[in-house]
Design a protein around this ligand. Structure first.
Ligand code: AMP
Ligand code: GLY
Length: 432
């Protein structure tokens, strides 16, 4: 099967690594990819925002399956574009329709969808310039803290948790009146703050059936102990000790099943991943957000724990036969530690040589490249998140320790990573 994967981050390196293991894959193209994905297939230089360019490539290269890594092309309707073209519509497409991608592309759409289908989520209000004054009043009367979100895609920066009303109203004004995120903040969602521990659950769905993939937790803050600024993700672990069978059954019954049934009822075409960003509030799971793709860096721990042939799963999804599939999961723990450029997520420099990544670190470790590029046979830094070191272990402590040990051998100017990924699950040494 001739496969094209879109994207260029650590998630796409993990997807390319998994796709490349499939007996079905021949060849694998990645657009635009990075030097890590080039180890799994052939990188092609395509602007993935240019639907015509992507379509032409698929047509000329007789692509059989396209797998979309990031959300942006999906939210902008790449699926619908493919389905509207005679020569492209038969290509197996892994990723939802534009309507389905609204689960991520519009927080107001996602909240209203959850309300229609009685899916537990924080109580909320939705505001634009048309009901601005009503929004201010809503905020003045709201309990604290209060959560304010830009409706559209804002690269993970569109959420602010406000501890007082003055700050909340200032943020509201910044978003709506001053267009902090342009189009993305023309609408704003204000919601109740939920206090609990966050985790993520992933499904692959054909719009009717679904399979549940291993759960994971990512570490969004830049600093040790979850301090400092939000990032795209500094690490992840899977599985999670507190996600018991009972909690997972609740998630399936109250969240996953009603979501899939809701998509079906509303005739929303969806073949692909759904990322459920959840929060466990005293044993009750609530949805914080939906994403229409795999998480990054969660993919770097979830995919290594999946034993199924991923192309087999994707084919079953396109045939609406996921009810015939059983997921097999590696019992081991996987942890990933993300090495970032010094200064990230604020200003940082790129173009530094990365040394040490081509050593053989053994079977228990995988290195997924994210912000890297190749020049004259050298791998250089090319982004904030540079690479993810994933290791297997018997438990979180062991897996993280292996990744940290490997990172001792990798270097670039300004390298920074958290050494406490999974910290809350590692037993503290007892005082003697
Ligand atoms: P989102 O982009 O919606 O995932 O929000 C980003 C982050 O903000 C989440 O991962 C949470 O840590 C936090 N957050 C969002 N909504 C809430 C909420 N209602 N209660 C508490 N924390 C929230
Ligand atoms: N790790 C968070 C995300 O992929 O959205």
């Amino acid at each position: 099967m001739r496969i094209l994967l879109l994207g260029s981050g650590g998630r796409e390196h993990a997807l390319a690594w998994k796709l490349n293991q499939s007996v079905w894959t021949n060849p694998l193209y990645i657009a635009p990819g990075n030097p890590g994905t080039a180890l799994c297939g052939k990188n092609v230089s395509l602007d993935i925002r240019d639907f015509e360019a992507v379509g032409n490539f698929c047509y000329l290269e007789s692509i059989d399956m396209i797998v979309v890594g990031p959300e942006e092309p999906l939210v902008n309707g790449l699926y619908d574009y493919f389905k509207s073209k005679e020569e492209l519509k038969k290509i197996y497409f892994i990723g939802p329709s534009q309507k389905g991608a609204q689960l991520e592309g519009s927080k107001a759409f996602a909240k209203a969808f959850m309300q229609r289908h009685k899916i537990p989520t924080a109580k909320y209000g939705e505001f634009t310039m048309d009901n601005y004054d009503e929004g201010v009043k809503f905020l003045q009367d709201h309990d604290l803290p209060v959560v304010i979100k830009a409706d559209g895609l804002a690269a993970g920066k569109g959420v602010v948790i406000c501890k007082n009303h003055v700050e909340a109203i200032a943020e509201f004004e910044l978003l709506l009146h001053h267009g902090k995120f342009g189009e993305a903040s023309k609408k704003v969602v204000v919601e109740e703050f939920l206090d609990g521990i966050e985790f993520s659950v992933f499904v692959l769905t054909d719009g009717k059936n679904y399979v549940i993939l291993p759960e994971a937790k990512d570490y969004k803050r830049v600093g040790v102990g979850d301090e400092g600024m939000n990032t795209g993700g500094m690490g992840a672990v899977s599985p999670l000790p507190f996600v018991t069978r009972e909690l997972m059954q609740r998630v399936e019954k109250r969240i996953i099943r009603p979501t899939i049934n809701g998509l079906k009822k509303e005739n929303i075409e969806y073949t692909g991943f759904i990322y459920f960003g959840l929060i466990n509030v005293k044993g009750e799971p609530y949805v914080i957000e939906y994403n229409c793709r795999m998480g990054d860096p969660e993919a770097e721990v979830v995919l290594p724990r999946m034993e199924n042939d991923i192309v087999g799963l994707f084919v079953a999804a396109t045939q609406k036969e996921l009810d015939k599939v059983r997921i097999r999961i590696d019992k081991r723990t996987a942890a990933t530690v993300v090495a970032v450029s010094g200064g990230y997520p604020a200003g940082y420099e790129t173009g530094y040589e990365i040394t040490g990544i081509d050593q053989n670190f053994g079977k228990q470790t995988l290195i997924f490249q994210a912000g890297t590029r190749e020049k004259d046979g050298k791998i250089l830094t090319n982004g904030g998140r540079v690479l993810c070191v994933t290791s297997y272990g018997e438990n979180i402590k062991e897996a993280v320790a292996s990744s940290l040990e490997v990172l001792e051998h990798i270097d670039f100017t300004g390298i920074y990573y958290r050494n406490d990924i999974g910290y809350e699950f590692v037993p503290k040494p007892s005082a003697s």
